[in-house]
Design a protein around this ligand. Sequence first.
Ligand SMILES: Cc1cc2nc3c(=O)[nH]c(=O)nc-3n(C[C@H](O)[C@H](O)[C@H](O)COP(=O)(O)O)c2cc1C
Length: 153
Amino acid sequence: MTKAEVFYFSYTGTCKKIAKFLGTELNLPIKEIKPPRLPYLAWLALSFIPGVPIPSKVPLPQSENLILVFPKWTINCPPITYFYFLCKKRGVKLKKILLIISYGGFREEPYAKHYVRKFKDLSDEIKLFLIKRKETEEKLPSLLEWIKKNLEI
Ligand SMILES: Cc1cc2nc3c(=O)[nH]c(=O)nc-3n(C[C@H](O)[C@H](O)[C@H](O)COP(=O)(O)O)c2cc1C
């Protein structure tokens, strides 16, 4: 069994870049959470509705640890909320979840706390790394070190 998998949802490519970087550097499987195609304004409106999931194509985690990369969206990221409910419904239990949230520059803390609380149900341990979009490139090496330390790889 692989020690961890990298799951991601990305709308404009930043989280995809982070996930590909981590998966490649750590030689871990990379899995995309694929929502249906909706116009930007629909996503924007949905991001204001707390706790609403949008069914998306995604496999269930197969490893004991999960690295999950996703963007900060107002107060809700519906494909990620869906992934959480799916895992919960299927009784997924993990050892460790590492949440990596990419954000533009505002109100990232309450949003991050909200998802930390949610995903905590699914694992024994949860850790969070926030990464500002503009600083993505320069933060990738420290993110990689952080993952290695947390997963002991
Ligand atoms: C619908 C929507 C809502 C967003 N809301 C916020 C926000 O509240 N705060 C913030 O800092 N960035 C916000 N952003 C910016 C994204 O978090 C940021 O651009 C992130 O890097 C995008 O990741 P991606 O390229 O993988 O989609 C929002 C972006 C979208 C599309």
